[in-house]
Write a protein that binds this ligand. Structure first.
Ligand code: GAL
Length: 422
């Protein structure tokens, strides 16, 4: 999508959402001592983590109050468009959520976010964050956002009792095995795979690409158009098409939480989703890990960690930059991260956080993240490997592909739009 079209879509969305929500999102009219923090964490599970960190921040900064400007919609599906229109109108929140990686690059290029290198030096953050993550936050030698967490995208969620009742020994270790299992599952009248709105289908696409092409092949896809023109890319897209045909895509869930509900109620067998699902299932829904629900690396990705990191920025023109800086200090602190992450279903970005706070799935996750044998790659859907221009073009091409299933055209469009958006 061109930037012009993106802006129009953003404005239409603002109008549509403001009709539904009492919170329109503007920093105008805020009182002294208030700091506006913008995110998309409104859902059960995600919101708890944010509240815990906000509580700690307010306790440490007496008289300062956070105004949470959160816009619902998984993966920022609504929040990002509204944010774009606010930035365009010169009305930024005091701090907003972005993913580490190329998602930040446009904001940096267009001067929307302030350089935080001095704050990093003052807080000593460069020695407590992993080198690879720092690289994703650095553009032109400067640091532009403070990470609060690490999430993993390549996971498949299921209910052990459902697999037992179907006589299936375990979750599929390849997408071909999934397709074999799907035949058994359908014969028993269940849905093999449940999906949600378009961003969840893109999330699924990225895990199929990773599982089928392997880490090197997956990483190559984001470096240029050429790999998309190879027969291997079309073959994976064909697998993706077959996988989707085994899903409830025609009656897909409203967002990722209801998608997971279909798995735990037993009407669908698998869902591919990031580990924010853990907080939703274990904390909000109070289900037991490895009993009421379980999780494995998505097919073909054992030993690979498809990562993303939620980070906060200091927009240029923020009305309360000093308070925003204090918020960023909270985000980058051990205390803030150790309050936020156990509730959010993520692990700390800092290497010196307290590992004892991470139990159940999160202990396993932290072990995998820190294991030197784990191969780390970046998420497409959650901002790491493609910039916003190309990502928007991929969204448009995917929408069309979901309707016409034309693998050759999809691959060709993704390749050529890479070149067009340079
Ligand atoms: C991701 C974000 C996660 C979680 C998820 C679902 O983009 O990084 O923190 O919010 O979307 O909404």
């Amino acid at each position: 999508m061109s930037h012009g079209r993106m802006a129009v879509v953003a404005l239409l969305l603002v109008a549509a959402i403001s009709a539904m929500s009492p919170y329109l999102g503007s920093s105008r009219g805020m009182r002294d001592g208030q700091v506006e923090i913008y995110s998309w964490w409104t859902g059960p599970g995600e919101e708890d983590g944010l509240h815990a960190m906000v509580g700690d921040f307010e306790a440490r900064n007496r008289g300062v109050h956070v105004v949470s400007a959160a816009v619902s919609g998984g993966a920022g599906s609504n929040a990002k468009a509204i944010l774009a229109s606010r930035l365009l109108a010169g009305d930024p929140p005091d701090s907003y959520q972005r993913h580490a990686g190329l998602e930040l690059a446009d904001d940096v290029r267009s001067g929307k976010v302030a350089d935080l290198t001095a704050l990093y030096a003052e807080q000593g953050w460069t020695s407590v964050l992993p080198r690879g993550l720092l690289d994703h936050l650095t553009i032109g030698g400067k640091l532009y956002a403070v990470p609060v967490n690490i999430h993993r995208a390549n996971l498949i969620w299921y209910r052990p009792a459902t697999l037992r009742s179907l006589g299936i020994a375990g979750p599929p270790r390849s997408w071909n095995e999934f397709l074999e299992q799907a035949a058994t599952i359908r014969a028993k009248g269940l849905t093999p795979l449940t999906v949600g709105p378009e961003w969840t289908q893109k999330h699924l696409l990225e895990t199929v690409l990773l599982g089928e092409l392997g880490s090197d092949g997956y990483e190559e896809l984001w470096g240029g158009g050429t790999p998309w023109r190879r027969p291997a890319a079309r073959a994976v897209l064909d697998t993706y098409r077959q996988v989707l045909a085994q899903s409830d895509v025609t009656s897909s869930a409203a967002d990722w939480q209801p998608q997971l509900d279909r798995v735990t109620s037993g009407s669908a067998v698998y869902a591919v989703m990031g580990d924010w699902a853990y907080s939703y299932l274990a904390i909000s829904r109070k289900l037991a890990w490895n009993k009421d629900f379980a999780v494995a690396a998505s097919p073909g990705t054992d030993g690979v960690f498809d990562f993303l990191s939620d980070s906060f920025t200091l927009p240029t023109g923020a009305r309360h930059p000093d308070l925003a800086r204090r918020w960023l200090v909270e985000c980058g602190s051990v205390a803030g991260q150790d309050l936020f992450n156990p509730l959010k279903g993520s692990i700390p970005a800092r290497i010196d956080a307290d590992p004892n706070r991470y139990t159940g799935y999160l202990a396993w996750d932290l072990g995998q993240w820190r294991d030197p044998h784990t191969r780390i790659v970046g998420s497409l859907t959650h901002g790491v490997v493609a910039d916003n221009g190309w990502n928007a073009e991929i969204d448009t091409a995917l929408e069309l592909f979901l309707r016409d299933g034309d693998t050759a055209r999809f691959a060709q469009t993704v390749a050529s739009t890479y070149e067009d958006t340079r």
